[in-house]
Design a protein around this ligand. Structure first.
Ligand SMILES: *[C@@H]1O[C@H](CO)[C@@H](O)[C@H](O)[C@H]1NC(C)=O
Ligand SMILES: *[C@@H]1O[C@H](CO)[C@@H](O)[C@H](O)[C@H]1NC(C)=O
Ligand SMILES: *[C@@H]1O[C@H](CO)[C@@H](O)[C@H](O)[C@H]1NC(C)=O
Ligand SMILES: *[C@@H]1O[C@H](CO)[C@@H](O)[C@H](O)[C@H]1NC(C)=O
Ligand SMILES: *[C@@H]1O[C@H](CO)[C@@H](O)[C@H](O)[C@H]1NC(C)=O
Ligand SMILES: *[C@@H]1O[C@H](CO)[C@@H](O)[C@H](O)[C@H]1NC(C)=O
Ligand SMILES: *[C@@H]1O[C@H](CO)[C@@H](O)[C@H](O)[C@H]1NC(C)=O
Ligand SMILES: *[C@@H]1O[C@H](CO)[C@@H](O)[C@H](O)[C@H]1NC(C)=O
Ligand SMILES: *[C@@H]1O[C@H](CO)[C@@H](O)[C@H](O)[C@H]1NC(C)=O
Ligand SMILES: *[C@@H]1O[C@H](CO)[C@@H](O)[C@H](O)[C@H]1NC(C)=O
Ligand SMILES: *[C@@H]1O[C@H](CO)[C@@H](O)[C@H](O)[C@H]1NC(C)=O
Ligand SMILES: *[C@@H]1O[C@H](CO)[C@@H](O)[C@H](O)[C@H]1NC(C)=O
Length: 510
């Protein structure tokens, strides 16, 4: 027991001796039983733990809710699929040290179910913290035996661990929707932060083999690529802290630390961020996904992009055509699109010119990105050297990302997003009406390397300006923006590369 807690206990004990208001004191912990009418409250009064009945229901559940606000807001439930139909329920620390919920007939409806060696009811206490975490701890050794933050129901609270590293055999920590606003039993939807090649939020449908319903796009350390950049504050309110000491656990917090703000999964399968508005005396919705038709996973099938601001929203990526034209024209886009011209490595004897890329801008990146070892400046070139690579992208925090096989669930965002480079046969890029931009010959006539965007490009442009070398080149830089060539370094680094130029067309350039 910490000094702070010891003092609280002392104060409580003293007040019991000095007056008769002992029972009126609100505790944040207990070690015996809580009956239906008892609650404990966190030390600053933010969260309360005890029995509640959901809106429009008479069933009783043990759970945690926001204590200081007039709208019932439950963030965690114990006996979620085993309600108690009267007020006979008891929450207790059992003889083996587990926290259990029992009904009037002493049947165990829920238990923390930790294996304990010796009976230790007399040294185990349950405490609700001001973060909303309910912890069961051994008071003698001060060890945490169990905590509700590791077993979330439908809510993610700030400072909760929302992921453990899959690379160290971690499991996905999921939140699960309620069945309805009146029934906290597990509904159809779950959400998890999946730590694969890149951390990413997923919503899945449990009743459909855990099929993905929505994905956020990959996390680059600051934001999810696919979350609309309309209100930058929305995105940067998330902050995931990867902590290697605890096996790569990922914690969620918010840039603006406020406890009256959390994420939960609505019974209809949306993930919603709620912010408490003192002015309205109600929650306001800060962010809700999925939001648009294009947010629905694979809305348009493979090799398409989806843009909810267009009618129809689905279109084939340049260089691809509908797989089944009649279905496609009838608005059944699930078949997606197929490549019009085989890539060079797919053609006999590799004849013809080298493949190139078309750039799609402001993209929510497709699913199944692979983290490449290639450096960012080498990203496109590395892709061209591997026949299976069909697209790539690079950016701060992501490094070089490549895609093999298929491209699904990409979306054109109104703002933000990333440049996505789609590999195409040379002939597809030279479409005259698209005004191809061919760089290579104009740049010192050497081998060309496509370099990274952002600062690096600016630096290269500045360097070239300083050298006053090649006005043409500078114009091309300005037009292509995200691409840069550096003849000298590439000559040294890869003398026998068969790629003598990288042809890029800018689809959005009129
Ligand atoms: C409280 O717990 C003890 C020990 O488990 C039990 O004997 C007692 O009957 C419980 N009290 C209530 C009101 O359930
Ligand atoms: C509760 O029931 C009332 C009356 O049937 C209904 O109008 C209201 O929408 C219900 N509330 C919820 C949260 O289901
Ligand atoms: C509560 O449920 C039990 C069985 O789970 C049943 O025997 C009992 O009659 C119910 N009580 C009420 C008041 O509905
Ligand atoms: C408790 O844990 C044991 C194994 O540790 C498991 O067999 C049992 O099903 C669990 N019970 C509940 C209610 O989760
Ligand atoms: C805990 O309770 C058991 C029996 O209920 C007793 O034998 C033991 O001494 C107690 N331990 C402590 C530390 O009080
Ligand atoms: C986590 O979820 C992802 C996405 O559904 C799945 O591919 C992966 O296998 C899951 N990982 C574990 C350890 O269950
Ligand atoms: C869905 O995922 C959950 C948690 O990862 C897992 O327990 C369950 O078996 C999966 N269901 C199916 C049908 O794959
Ligand atoms: C990390 O994971 C390994 C294997 O799962 C486990 O043995 C180890 O105790 C974990 N370490 C911590 C600090 O959780
Ligand atoms: C944090 O949020 C509060 C309430 O929403 C707001 O008044 C305050 O300005 C915010 N602070 C920062 C640094 O954004
Ligand atoms: C609180 O806001 C929700 C929508 O976010 C609305 O449905 C509800 O009626 C509001 N409640 C009050 C008391 O204004
Ligand atoms: C769309 O086409 C696919 C494949 O041909 C078919 O299985 C599916 O039923 C069609 N969907 C609709 C809504 O017609
Ligand atoms: C590749 O060779 C085949 C057969 O020799 C020929 O038909 C085709 O036009 C060539 N393709 C290109 C792009 O040169």
């Amino acid at each position: 027991m910490g000094l702070h807690e010891s003092m609280i206990v002392l104060a409580l004990t003293l007040s019991c001796f000095l007056s008769s208001v002992c029972l009126a004191q609100e505790r944040s912990f207990f070690s015996g039983n809580l009956s239906d009418s008892d609650t404990i409250v966190s030390s600053l009064g933010t969260f309360r733990f005890g029995f509640f009945a959901p809106v429009n229901s008479t069933s009783r559940y043990a759970g945690i809710w926001y204590s200081n606000i007039p709208v019932q807001t439950v963030i965690w439930v114990a006996n979620k699929d085993k309600p108690i139909n009267d007020s006979s329920g008891v929450i207790s620390v059992s003889e083996d040290g587990n926290l259990v919920v029992t009904d009037g007939q002493r049947r165990v409806l829920w238990s923390t179910n930790i294996s304990t060696q010796a009976p230790r009811a007399n040294s185990t206490v349950a405490e609700v913290l001001d973060t909303g975490n309910l912890v069961l701890k051994d008071d003698n050794s001060e060890t945490t035996l169990w905590e509700s933050f590791r077993h979330p129901t439908d809510s993610w609270l700030p400072n909760m661990v929302v992921g453990t590293n899959a690379r160290t055999a971690g499991e996905n920590i999921t939140i699960t929707s309620w069945k309805s606003p009146s029934d906290p039993s597990p509904g159809s939807y779950t959400a998890a932060l999946v730590l694969a090649a890149y951390p990413e939020l997923f919503i899945m449908n449990k009743d459909n083999n855990n099929a993905t319903v929505w994905r956020s796009g990959p996390w680059n350390g600051q934001m999810f690529n696919g979350l609309p950049d309309v209100d930058p504050g929305v995105i940067f309110l998330f902050r995931f802290t990867v902590n290697d000491d605890t096996n790569g656990s990922v914690t969620m917090s918010y840039a603006n630390d406020s406890t009256l703000r959390y994420l939960y999964m609505d019974y209809r399968g949306s993930v919603i961020r709620r912010d408490w508005s003192e002015a309205r005396r109600n929650w306001t919705v800060g962010l809700q996904v999925p939001a648009s038709e294009c947010d629905i996973y694979r809305r348009c099938g493979p090799f398409t992009t989806c843009n909810p601001r267009k009618t129809p929203p689905c279109s084939c990526i340049k260089g691809f055509r509908p797989r089944r034209l009649i279905e496609w024209n009838n608005g059944n886009w699930s078949g997606g699109c197929i490549r019009r011209t085989p890539l060079q490595c797919e053609r006999q004897n590799n004849n013809g010119s080298a493949d190139g890329f078309t750039r799609l801008r402001r993209m929510k990146l497709p699913d199944f990105a692979i983290r490449s070892e290639a450096s960012e400046p080498d990203c496109l070139r590395t892709c061209l050297q591997t026949c299976s690579c069909i697209a790539c992208a690079h950016g701060l925090g992501y490094g070089c990302m490549i895609w093999n096989g298929s491209l699904v669930d990409s979306q054109e965002l109104p703002a933000g997003g990333m440049d996505l480079y789609i590999r195409l046969a040379h002939s597809e890029i030279k479409t005259p009406d698209r005004r191809p931009v061919i760089i290579g010959s104009s740049l010192a006539g050497g081998i060309l390397v496509v370099a990274a965007c952002g600062l690096l490009v600016r630096r290269l442009v500045m360097k070239r300006r300083a050298r006053k070398k090649g006005r043409d080149a500078e114009q091309i830089f300005n037009r292509v923006e995200a691409l840069a060539g550096d003849a000298e370094s590439s000559e040294n680094s890869d003398p026998k590369a068969s790629i003598n130029d990288v042809t890029i067309t800018d689809v959005s350039g009129r």
